[in-house]
Design a protein around this ligand. Structure first.
Ligand code: ADP
Length: 281
């Protein structure tokens, strides 16, 4: 397995016993697999990404990347969030290059690799359509362009794993579709293992190999569903396809806690990696 989570749990201390954000959960991601995480607001999806990124310690459990424990952030894990996270005082090109200036990235690249890194920055800027804006400041870009820069920055360290937390959530519908297409194009070429948090079930189905549905807080894995239609067929028109709508209904039923017990529920919960909550009725 590329990425293995075992018994990962998180509680935040606070008054009245604090907050249990995540129940102990297990999750695996294969090399190149694109997994969307969907679930009610506040169920611990962002917390989980922060733990996988090594930005936040888990209260219990372990995260392994290629069999090695993740103990802190590094370029092997690329990050992209909904909020504008570019440095406002750096140009687009400097922002994209920024992760490579960190010590661990330099050590990983080794001597003599700087030219290759500069070429990589420029090639990513072209790939995401920002070459003409390479010397602009983030404030001079539209929201979509800023997220394209953030995507290039997330990819510049040639990460093994990409963690994305509602990266297109603040974009208008058309820009969002453009970004989804760009992301599909990039992940098909690079086959980076991706965990992608979204509220949008359509987006999850268009992009993913697998959709993991979380319960309400404290978050548990309620179900894990393989996306059944071919990736080549994925485009805006697919949203009208009967197979697409069928999977969408399944996920929405789980999110609304309406999955039936018995045969139908068993069918929905294939790939289950954790004890389901009492979500059915
Ligand atoms: P989601 O991403 O699914 O919306 P989060 O992971 O952001 O959920 O939050 C899960 C729960 O943990 C929420 O109840 C939230 O209030 C709580 N939480 C998140 N971060 C912190 C923190 N730094 N301190 C205390 N509680 C937190």
């Amino acid at each position: 397995m590329k990425l293995s989570l075992r018994g990962v749990a998180k509680s935040y201390p606070g008054r009245r016993g604090g907050t249990v954000a995540l129940c102990p959960l297990d999750m695996d991601a294969r090399e190149g697999e694109f997994i969307s995480l969907v679930g009610p607001s506040g169920c611990g999806k962002s917390t989980l990404l922060h733990i996988v990124a090594g930005l936040e310690p888990a209260t219990a459990g372990t995260v392994d990347l290629d069999g090695e424990r993740v103990l802190g952030p590094g370029v092997e894990i690329g990050l992209m969030f909904q909020q504008q996270t570019l440095f406002p005082w750096l140009s687009v090109r400097e922002n994209v290059r920024f992760p490579l200036t960190l010590a661990r990235a330099r050590a990983r690249a080794g001597a003599g690799a700087r030219d290759q890194q500069a070429a990589r920055v420029d090639s990513l800027l072209r790939l995401v359509g920002l070459w003409d804006f390479r010397d602009s400041l983030p404030a001079e870009l539209s929201g979509g362009m800023q997220q394209r820069a953030a995507l290039a920055r997330a990819l510049v360290g040639q990460p093994e794993v990409l963690l994305m937390d509602e990266p297109f959530g603040a974009l208008d519908a058309q820009t969002r579709e453009d970004m989804q297409e760009l992301l599909l194009h990039l992940i098909q070429h690079h086959r980076i293992t991706t965990l992608f948090v979204t509220h949008d079930v359509d987006e999850a189905l268009l992009l993913s190999d697998r959709v993991v549905v979380f319960s309400e807080r404290p978050g548990q894995v309620l179900a894990s569903l393989d996306v059944t239609f071919a990736r080549q067929a994925r485009s805006a028109e697919l949203k009208l396809d009967e197979a697409f709508l069928h999977q969408k209904r399944e996920i929405l039923a789980l999110l609304r806690g309406r999955a039936r017990t018995g045969a139908q529920r068993d069918r929905l919960l294939f790939g289950l990696t954790n004890t389901p909550l009492e979500g059915g009725s």
